[in-house]
Design a protein around this ligand. Structure first.
Ligand SMILES: C[S@@+](CC[C@H](N)C(=O)[O-])C[C@H]1O[C@@H](n2cnc3c(N)ncnc32)[C@H](O)[C@@H]1O
Length: 254
């Protein structure tokens, strides 16, 4: 995975040399609900939605649940994650690209940016991603964003998980979301992985991810500056989890 000079996440191993473990770290089934929600939000577009661009599509787990309904184009910064997605979603178009500066020269009925939007760590990066999204959304189309957190509702948390594969390999991980950084617009998450190969060899890996944290007002302002009319949708988190907010950008017809 490439990243610009000075990026707080220069080469995340989770999306690089550890990418092959993604299906065991974050199984495809987990994404079915969000894919269903995304499809519901695409319906806000004027006219039919047939083509969908996903930016930061990762292992293609969200796309897996959408690909039978839409013609999808999947873009990610990581070649390794695209390989994982190609294996899961054969026949779907996959392209290497950065959501901050991608210019495909074509537009789509809908653009989806799922949790990958979290990797925008400054207002400038978030604004750049919104400009890319706007450029690739046809007039009357929609862009749908799924940030994991908003600044108003973020709380430190600890999660763990992981699964076993049929060949005897397996992963267990611990994800430790720390309190927001003093800058107020980023969060550090510490990931620890225990990786067991099929032959029983075990190793561990640790890395820190830095993700962005913005208020709903900042999201709305920057989407508006990119040219979108903005609406939001919320989903109750359940189990004491904070309510989740999805942003929908409507590109006006000219
Ligand atoms: C949590 S994973 C996405 C998982 C995805 N929702 C799925 O269904 O498998 C985050 C992805 O964002 C990608 N990413 C981070 N920054 C990016 C950028 N600037 N442009 C495109 N992709 C980016 C990473 O390479 C990684 O694959």
């Amino acid at each position: 995975m490439s990243a610009p000079e000075g990026s707080p996440n220069p080469h995340p191993r989770m999306y690089g040399d550890l990418a092959r473990w993604w299906p065991l770290i974050s199984p495809v089934e987990v994404y079915e609900g969000d894919a269903h929600t995304a499809a519901g939000l695409f319906a806000a577009a004027e006219g039919p939605v047939r083509t969908v661009l996903e930016l930061g599509s990762g292992g293609g787990h969200t796309a897996f649940h959408l690909r039978s309904r839409y013609t999808m184009t999947l873009v990610d910064l990581s070649g390794e994650m695209l390989d994982v997605s190609r294996a899961l979603n054969p026949g779907v178009e996959h392209l290497l690209g950065d959501m901050r500066d991608l210019r495909l020269g074509r537009s789509f009925d809908a653009v989806l940016v799922h949790d990958a939007i979290d990797y925008m760590t400054t207002e400038e990066e978030l604004a750049a991603a919104f400009r890319t999204t706007y450029r690739h959304c046809r007039p009357g189309g929609v862009a749908v964003f799924f940030p994991d957190h908003l600044r108003e509702t973020y709380e430190p948390s600890t999660e763990w998980g992981g699964e076993d594969a049929a060949d005897g390999s397996g992963v267990r991980y611990l994800e430790w979301g720390l309190p927001a950084e003093p800058d107020g617009h980023t969060v550090r998450t510490e990931y620890t992985f225990t990786l067991r190969e099929a032959d029983g060899t075990v190793r561990t890996a640790h890395e820190t991810h830095v993700t962005g944290l913005f208020t709903a007002a900042v999201w709305t302002r920057l989407l508006g500056e990119a040219g979108f009319e903005v609406s939001t949708a919320t989903e109750s988190g359940g189990d004491g989890e904070p309510t989740r907010t999805m942003f929908v950008g409507h590109r006006p017809t000219e």
